[in-house]
Design a protein around this ligand. Structure first.
Ligand SMILES: C[S@@+](CC[C@H](N)C(=O)[O-])C[C@H]1O[C@@H](n2cnc3c(N)ncnc32)[C@H](O)[C@@H]1O
Length: 440
């Protein structure tokens, strides 16, 4: 096998996706694991002669940034491993500077794709989430592969090569101390682990079997009290209704508590990952949207009803909430979570298909949008525009699709009145934005 070429480059600005931008003989190279301003050697990972740009990973640092710190996790350290595991790609940067870089990426996306003007806008800084100050231990949900020897493993940043692991410092301490790394997972190909942030203790392990009966054998190795469910894939995931969950020990769901209300979340159903996220986002959505008694509000991409529930409380019995979610398992959770609220209509369906009818039947005062990474469909922006709804609160986990949707909503008569960014994914390049749009 021939080794990929190594070049020496000076790293430029940060780009969306967590790369820094370098140039070599006129060609742009997107470089991982570096910091703007550093002089580094990089190994080319994508370098087709006719490609518009190349990709590369830092392998040696000649002039380090003042913001460089030793990576907290050996398995993810690009200076120690040619194919470090993914999931902590900013771990070599000080936490404060990670946030500064994220703010630069967001401002660049908001101006370039969103059409906002820097002179008219006070672009937000990125706020630390409440809780830990070192950015570790925040993940209440983890997903692992299993290697050929039956051990928990993660894939390389840029490959499917598995590296077995015996810790993941971003995982919640209860996950780290649950004994999951000492178990033999033979006959299993994926392991999902979740901890309830209601008590910071109750663990649910979801096992995807390649061999029938393997989950029961694995479950015997866990300490008492760990909930275990098996998940058999029939061409999909439990969340899209194509698989089935079976309890092996305990329950196949976890309880959560947010703003004093209880939620039930099944196995693969969606729930926010950062331990502070559900509370923080619910509080901010309610504060920004200011729901009033008697109002009608649609919660689109509603998940298990995280925002629908406090909104239902705020609008009261004279108001109406439409909670719209596409994944059957998550929708079933939303139905249970909102059962006590007669003012809530819980609808299973794709927003693109359902919104028009809801907007026609109701008299919507406000909308919450919390779409997946791809953002909202063009048609959804058009329907919001013609519905005439006066306030839209948009929660986004991707600044590029959010910026594109800022432009779409602006073109449909909305103005971005407020935007804020939260660091709900420390030590990665990801960030969570919340925007409030008002009708002009
Ligand atoms: C980022 S999550 C937000 C969920 C919820 N707001 C929360 O914070 O817990 C996005 C949700 O949208 C759902 N979803 C994705 N695409 C959808 C679509 N086209 N129509 C309806 N729901 C969709 C996913 O299943 C997921 O539950």
């Amino acid at each position: 096998m021939t080794e990929s070429p190594v070049l020496q480059v000076r790293l430029g600005n940060i780009a969306h996706g967590g790369h820094t931008v370098a140039r070599h003989e006129g060609r742009v190279i997107f470089v991982r694991h570096g910091i703007p301003g550093e002089l580094v050697s990089v190994r080319l990972t994508d370098s087709a002669p006719d490609a518009k740009f190349w990709r590369a990973d830092v392998v040696e640092v000649h002039e380090a940034s003042e913001h460089r710190v030793p990576h907290f996790w050996d398995a993810a350290d690009a200076l120690k491993h040619q194919d470090p595991v993914g999931g902590a790609e900013f771990g070599h940067i000080s936490l404060d500077y990670q946030r500064e870089l994220k703010a630069q990426v967001a401002a660049e996306q908001f101006t370039r794709l969103g059409g906002l003007k820097a002179e008219d806008y006070n672009f937000p800084s990125v706020q630390a989430a409440p809780g830990s100050t070192d950015g570790l231990g925040w993940r209440t949900r983890m997903s692992y592969s299993v290697d050929g020897a039956g051990r928990l493993a993660m894939s390389g940043f840029r490959s499917n090569e598995l590296t077995s692991i015996d810790s993941m410092p971003l995982a919640h301490p209860a996950i780290e101390s649950s004994g999951i790394y000492a178990v033999d997972y033979s006959g299993i190909d994926r392991v999902e682990v979740a901890v309830s942030s209601a008590d910071d203790r109750t663990i649910l392990v979801l096992l995807s079997e390649t061999k029938p009966g393997a989950a029961a054998k694995v479950a015997k190795q866990f300490p008492e009290g760990v909930n275990v469910a098996s998940f058999s894939q029939q061409g999909g995931s439990a969340a899209d209704g194509k698989g089935s969950l079976q309890v092996v020990a305990g329950n196949s769901w976890l309880s959560e508590k947010v703003m004093g209300e209880k939620y039930r979340i099944t196995g693969e159903g969606f729930w926010q990952v950062h331990r502070a996220a559900a509370n923080l986002l619910s509080e901010r959505v309610v504060e920004l949207l200011e729901p009033a008694r008697g109002e009608q509000i649609a919660d689109l991409y509603a998940g298990a009803g995280l925002f629908s529930l406090p909104l239902a409380k705020a609008v009261g019995q004279q108001g109406r909430i439409f909670s719209i979610e596409g994944a059957p398992g998550t929708h079933a959770d939303a139905k249970k979570n909102l059962k006590a609220f007669g003012q809530a209509t819980v609808i299973r369906g794709r927003v693109e298909r359902v919104l028009r009818q809801v907007a026609r039947d109701a008299n919507l005062d406000a909308v919450v949008l919390d779409p997946p990474r791809a953002g909202i469909d063009k048609q959804v922006a058009a329907e919001l525009g013609s519905s005439g709804v006066s306030r839209i609160c948009y929660v986004s986990c991707d600044p590029a699709s959010f910026a594109r949707d800022i432009a779409r909503l602006t073109a449909r008569g909305y103005e971005l009145e407020h935007v804020e960014i939260h660091d709900l994914y420390p030590h990665t390049h990801h960030m969570e934005s919340i925007g409030l749009f008002v009708r002009r």
